[in-house]
Design a protein around this ligand. Structure first.
Ligand code: ADP
Ligand code: MG
Length: 315
C-alpha cells in the first residue's frame, strides 16, 4: 500500500532580497513510498535531500507540486498538525540539538505524552518509556535521570528512535542520522531501523550522502543531483546496474578496501560553463550528446522498478 506520494514537487528559494533570482533546490520530483520500506535519498551535499525531507515534514511549503499522505494532500493537516506528526516524524544529523541540555533525558519522552497523549497517567508513562528504551537495546535504569552531555551521540540517536516508538509512526525521515557516529555504532543504528521496519511496518526515508550506507540499508534508492532524481528504483538494480552517468561516477569513486592507493585513471571531462537549459548534468557528463544541452530528459523505465533520467536510454 502506498503511504506517501510525491508528485512534481518543486521548491525554490529566493537568491536575492527581491526574489528575482531563485534557486530550484527541488526540481520536479515524483516518487511513491510504500508501507514497510526503507528508501534512501542519496546525493552530494546541496543536492536537495534535506529540503525534500523538510517539505514532507511540513517545515517548508512547496513552490508547486503535491505531497499526499494516504492519498490526502498534507496541506490538509495544517489545522491539525498533531494528527500528521503522530504518523510522520524526523530525526536529524546532530542529536545534541534535539535535547535541551538543562533537562534530563526523560523530558523528550514526557513531551511526547504531553503533546499527543496527555491523558496517559504517570505510572503508565514510565512503563511505556521503559519498554521502548528496552526495545532499542538500552537499559532504562542507565539512561533515565541522566543529562544529554552524559551520553554519547549514538546513545542519543537511539533515544530519539525510542521516542518515535511511543507514536505509531508510518514514516520516519532520518536525515544523515549516523553521519556523526563512529563506524561500529553506525551499523547498530542501521540494524535497529531495519528491525523496527520489519516489526511495525513503518517506512523510513533514509537521507545520506554515503552510497554504501544507502546500499546497506535500503530496499529502494533514489539518486539526487541538483534537485532532480536522476536514477531510482530497486537498490540492487541501481547499484548493480547503474545507468545514469552520475550514479556510475559516484559508484566508481567509492574507495575499495583491496585497492590501497591504486589510483584509477580519472575520467577527465572538459567542463563547459553551465549555460545549458537542458540536462543539469550536461557540463560534467562523459556521454553527453547535442540534445542534452537544450532538452531535459524524463525519467524513463529501463527495467521493472528502475528508472533513469538520461537520453542515452531513449529508444
Ligand atoms: N532556507 C534556505 N534558503 C535558501 N537556500 C536554501 C535553503 N535551504 C537550502 N537551500 C539551498 O538549497 C540547496 C539544497 O539544500 P539541501 O536540501 O540542504 O541539500 P542537501 O541536504 O542535499 O545537502 C542548497 O543549494 C542550499 O544552499
Ligand atoms: Mg542535508
Amino acid at each position: 500500500m502506498t503511504l506517501l506520494s510525491v508528485k512534481n514537487l518543486v521548491k525554490e528559494f529566493p537568491l536575492d532580497f527581491f526574489g528575482r533570482e531563485k534557486l530550484r533546490a527541488v526540481d520536479n520530483i515524483s516518487f511513491d513510498i510504500d508501507e514497510s520500506k526503507i528508501v534512501s535519498l542519496i546525493g552530494e551535499s546541496g543536492s536537495g535531500k534535506t529540503t525534500v525531507g523538510k517539505l514532507i515534514l511540513k517545515l517548508l511549503k512547496p513552490t508547486s507540486g503535491q505531497i499526499l499522505f494516504h492519498g490526502e494532500d498534507i496541506g490538509k493537516f495544517s489545522k491539525n498538525r498533531k494528527e500528521y506528526y503522530k504518523k510522520v516524524q524526523g530525526i536529524f544529523q546532530d542529536p545534541y540539538s534535539s535535547f535541551n541540555p538543562i533537562y534530563k533525558i526523560d523530558r523528550v519522552f514526557e513531551v511526547v505524552f504531553d503533546e499527543f497523549f496527555p491523558h496517559v497517567k504517570n505510572a503508565q508513562r514510565k512503563e511505556k518509556i521503559e519498554k521502548v528504551l528496552t526495545s532499542v537495546g538500552m537499559n532504562p535504569s542507565q539512561i533515565l535521570g541522566k543529562y544529554p552531555h552524559q551520553l554519547s551521540g549514538g546513545q542519543l540517536q537511539r533515544i530519539l528512535i525510542a521516542r518515535t516508538l511511543l507514536l505509531e509512526l508510518n514514516i520516519l525521515i532520518a536525515d544523515e542520522i549516523i553521519s556523526m557516529l563512529d563506524a561500529s555504532t553506525r551499523i547498530d543504528i542501521l540494524n535497529l531501523l531495519a528491525k523496527i521496519k520489519d516489526k511495525t511496518g513503518m517506512s523510513v526515508i533514509f537521507i545520506t550522502h554515503d552510497l554504501s550506507l544507502g546500499y546497506y540499508i535500503s530496499d529502494e534508492s533514489f539518486i539526487m543531483y541538483r534537485g532532480n532524481i536522476v536514477e531510482m528504483g530497486d537498490t540492487q538494480k541501481v547499484f548493480h546496474n547503474p545507468c545514469h552517468p552520475y550514479t556510475k561516477m559516484l559508484l566508481e569513486s567509492i574507495p575499495e578496501i583491496d585497492r590501497k592507493w591504486d589510483f584509477r585513471e580519472h575520467i577527465k571531462i572538459e567542463t563547459i560553463e553551465d549555460e545549458s537549459t537542458g540536462c543539469k548534468y550536461f557540463s560534467r557528463c562523459n556521454v553527453r550528446e547535442h540534445r542534452c544541452q537544450k532538452q531535459i530528459p524524463e525519467l524513463i523505465e529501463i527495467e521493472e522498478n528502475h528508472k533513469v533520467m538520461c537520453f542515452k536510454f531513449y529508444g
